[in-house]
Every structure is written in structure tokens, then in C-alpha cells.
Ligand binder design. Structure first.
Ligand SMILES: NC(=O)c1ccc[n+]([C@@H]2O[C@H](COP(=O)([O-])OP(=O)(O)OC[C@H]3O[C@@H](n4cnc5c(N)ncnc54)[C@H](OP(=O)(O)O)[C@@H]3O)[C@@H](O)[C@H]2O)c1
Length: 304
């Protein structure tokens, strides 16, 4: 292991939550050397390089690529987009990290894993793969820190934004289920703190949520406060939501994952509160209202 080697950040170009990209920036701000792994050279790669990261191109499903990018690194953040090959990528990373020898692997997982067992999995292949990935990493004997965020505010509101913009409505099949979404920026702050000094966190599991668990009427009220106009919640049948999601032409693996998230919300399985963000970073997680205020333009703007 290279004691002074860079910290590897996978999935660094960023897409939905862009956790990897934000983590790169936070580590660079701390003066730490960062190797940012991207899938291709593009504007996002150029921006990472301009910010001071060493940018490497590779595929997390290609063992030789993973070996090349991990070699020389002292620790690893592992996360990639929701995709069918997630478990394979995790195990490949574990094999390589053992071979290279690193002082920490910080693994992005999901909060749903906290409630999963052999008898109680879910219909989302992504959630099952996170559950299996955590176990494979535990068997690996690597020094691992596990991060289990609940739904990101970003991914949820990417789905809700068009109807908030056009009809002042959040339209999802969550029934009266409560939820406590967390900002990807808060997740990234936790990851950066752990990656900067993993020692005290090794073997730990951090569950991350926002500051309040409330039903979608409560979420809509926070929207109304942030945007200074009335936003309401419309519950819809799960089948209607699935039909709308299918129209978006997303990969089947992602659509199935989103449909499961809807079902689990309705069943009250996202009604959780955890203090991981504040415990690790010393600052509370941001609320729905703060998040919507920061992104008001995406939701049709704040009425004066
Ligand atoms: N979104 C949520 O609500 C939520 C909640 C809890 C946990 N999580 C977890 O968070 C993770 C996703 O985080 P995120 O939103 O920050 O991801 P993201 O923004 O979608 O970025 C992930 C990156 O992974 C890269 N990638 C995908 N496949 C790859 C491959 N085979 N080789 C190399 N790179 C690859 C993508 O590259 P390209 O951009 O080039 O495609 C992308 O830049 C997942 O583990 C997910 O389960 C998400």
C-alpha cells in the first residue's frame, strides 16, 4: 500500500446524485490527493482535472481496469450508478483492493439493507445487490466503512420536478407513508470526512437520513414554504407510476428499483430517522425546505 498515495473516488464524473464528484471536490478542498475514476473523457473529466484531481478512465466491470486505477492508492470510495452489474463491480473491487492492499474501502450502500435478511429481501435487484455486496465485503476481511443513505433528495425530486413546475403538485404513489430523504451533498460530506480519516470509522455502518420523517403532505408543505406558492401531494396508483416510468425509457433494472421504492414507501419502510450526517460531520442534514430553496428554479421558481 502507498501510505501517501491518492484516495480513489469511483463514479467521479457524477450523474444523478453526483456523490463521487462532490466527494472529489471536498477532498481536494482538504488538500488531499485524489484519483478520480471516470468512464470516459468528457467535459466532466476535464472539470475534475481542472479542479486538481488525477483523472483515470476505466470500467468498474473490467478487472484489469480496476487493478490499474486502484494500484498506488491508499484508500477507496466505491460507488457507481444504479445498474445491473453492481454486485460484480463490488466483488471485483474487493478482489483488487485485497491484492493491492488499502487502508480503507468506503462502500456506498442503501438504508433498505438495514431491514433485509435471507427471509426478507425486496423486489429491487439493486437493493439485493447492495445487501449481497455488503456481505461479500465483510467476508473479504478488508477494512470497510459502510454508508447507508435513505433516498436522495436529488433523485426523488428529479422525478417530482416536472409536475411541481407545471402543476404545483408532487405526484408519487407513496400513500400516507413517511419518508426522510437526505441530500446527496450531505452524503458526500460524510464520505469525505470518513475518507480523510477512516481509522475511527473502520467496521462502522452509518445510516443517513434527512432531519424529519413525514408523509408527502408534510413534504408538500415544505415545498410551499420554500417556493411561496401552494404545492400539494397527489397519491397515484403504483401501476400508473410504473407506466409513467416506463415511458421514460430507463433501463429495466432502474425502473424496477424505482417501482420497489414506491411500494416500500407505501408500506412505511422509509419511515426512518438516523443521525449519521450530524454524528460524522458535526452539522445536521439539510431539510426539504432548505433543499427546495437552494434549487427553487428547478421547481418553477419562488413567488415573490
Ligand atoms: N439515488 C438515491 O436515492 C440513492 C439512495 C441511497 C443510495 N444510493 C446509492 O448511491 C449510488 C449512486 O450514487 P450517485 O447518485 O452519486 O451516482 P451517479 O451520480 O449516478 O454517478 C455514478 C457514476 O458511476 C459511473 N459508472 C456507472 N457504471 C460504471 C462502470 N461500469 N464503470 C465506471 N463507472 C461507472 C457513472 O458514469 P457515467 O456518468 O459516465 O455513466 C456515474 O458517473 C448507488 O450505489 C446507489 O445505490 C442512491
Amino acid at each position: 500500500m502507498a501510505d501517501n498515495g491518492p484516495i480513489l473516488v469511483t463514479g467521479a464524473a457524477g450523474q444523478l446524485g453526483a456523490v463521487g464528484r462532490t466527494v472529489c471536490g471536498l477532498l481536494l478542498d482538504r488538500g488531499l490527493p485524489v484519483r478520480a475514476m471516470v468512464r470516459r473523457e468528457d467535459d466532466r473529466a476535464a472539470a475534475l482535472r481542472a479542479a486538481g484531481a488525477e483523472v483515470v478512465v476505466g470500467d468498474l466491470l473490467e478487472p484489469a481496469d480496476v487493478y490499474r486505477v486502484v494500484s498506488g492508492c491508499r484508500r477507496v470510495y466505491f460507488g457507481m450508478s444504479v445498474s445491473a452489474g453492481y454486485l460484480e463491480a463490488t466483488v471485483t473491487m474487493a478482489v483488487v483492493a485485497r491484492e493491492v492492499g488499502v487502508d480503507a474501502v468506503v462502500n456506498m450502500s442503501q438504508m433498505t439493507v438495514s431491514q433485509m435478511s435471507i427471509q426478507n429481501t425486496t423486489s429491487s435487484g439493486q437493493q439485493r445487490q447492495h445487501w449481497l455486496s455488503e456481505q461479500a465485503l465483510a467476508w473479504s476481511g478488508l477494512p470497510v466503512v459502510t454508508i447507508r443513505p435513505t433516498m436522495f433528495l436529488e433523485s426523488f425530486f428529479a422525478l417530482a420536478a416536472p409536475t411541481v413546475r407545471n402543476r404545483d403538485r408532487i405526484v408519487v404513489p407513496f400513500g400516507r407513508g413517511k419518508t426522510s430523504p437526505v441530500a446527496a451533498a450531505d452524503v458526500a460530506r460524510v464520505l469525505a470526512a470518513v475518507l480523510a480519516d477512516p481509522g475511527p470509522h473502520l467496521g462502522g455502518i452509518y445510516e443517513l437520513t434527512g432531519p424529519r420523517s413525514q408523509d408527502m403532505h408534510g413534504v408538500a408543505r415544505e415545498f410551499s414554504d420554500a417556493l411561496n406558492r401552494e404545492v400539494t401531494y397527489s397519491d397515484i396508483p403504483a401501476e400508473d407510476w410504473e407506466r409513467e416510468l416506463k415511458k421514460l425509457g430507463l433501463p429495466e433494472h432502474l425502473t424496477r428499483h424505482l417501482v420497489t421504492m414506491g411500494e416500500l414507501h407505501r408500506a412505511g419502510r422509509y419511515d426512518r430517522l438516523a443521525d449519521g450526517v450530524e454524528r460524522v460531520t458535526g452539522r445536521p442534514a439539510i431539510s426539504v425546505r432548505e433543499f427546495v430553496s437552494l434549487h427553487a428554479d428547478e421547481f418553477g421558481g419562488r413567488r415573490s
